[in-house]
Design a binder for this molecule. Structure first.
Ligand code: NDP
Length: 165
């Protein structure tokens, strides 16, 4: 199984503010949907609540310390990242995504094989950050720059990194 982070981050590593995204980038939403549809998506409780409900055509695995937390049938609540990864492995799927937020990205970095990053060319204020990672541990295998337009507020680049073994 390939464990893959998918994230959109600003130049200063900001990924969110007040439990929300902070840019309007329709191409990134489409990119996220294309990658994750049909897959298991692992997320922290706060990211799950920022979406309001499970995303269609994906299986949500929500991490919380709350033993009473519930999600709709067909989705999972777990109490550790390790358990989330174990459930995803049991699914037999080839690829599983970690979709955030900041706490879960930080904890999952040692486990992931790949990072699909949308580098958003802006420097906003925020309260949630993507963790620093050592460039020597990661190889950039693709890079696709785009210019802002009426549906995308900032220039953005789709970048894929693979872990160097
Ligand atoms: P998270 O979504 O990472 O959720 C944090 C919660 O997860 C904790 O409060 C806790 O839930 C649970 N949790 C974390 N670690 C563990 C653990 N080891 N065991 C059990 N439960 C655990 O929250 P963040 O605030 O870090 O990130 C949210 C922000 O990230 C928002 O602003 C959101 O918009 C942004 N975001 C941005 C993305 C992007 O691509 N730009 C993608 C996803 C999110 P509990 O409190 O219930 O116990």
């Amino acid at each position: 199984m390939i464990l893959s982070i998918i994230v959109a981050k600003a130049n200063n590593n900001v990924i969110g503010k007040d439990n929300q995204l902070i840019w309007r980038l329709s191409a990134d939403l489409r990119h996220f949907k294309q990658h994750t549809t049909g897959h298991y998506i692992i997320m922290g409780r706060k990211t799950y609540e920022s979406m309001g409900k499970p995303l269609p055509n994906r299986t949500s695995v929500v991490i919380t310390r709350n033993n009473d937390y519930q999600v709709p049938d067909g989705h999972f609540v777990v109490h550790s990242l390790e358990k989330a990864i174990a459930i995803a492995k049991e699914s037999g799927q080839e690829k599983v995504f970690v979709i955030g937020g900041a706490e879960i990205y930080k904890q999952s970095l040692p486990y992931v094989d790949e990072m699909i990053i949308t580098e958003v060319n802006c420097t906003p204020e925020g309260d949630a950050f993507f963790p620093e990672f050592s460039p020597e541990n990661w190889k950039k295998i693709s890079e696709e720059p785009h210019t802002k337009d009426e549906k995308n507020q900032f220039d953005y680049t789709f970048v894929t990194y693979q872990k160097v073994n």
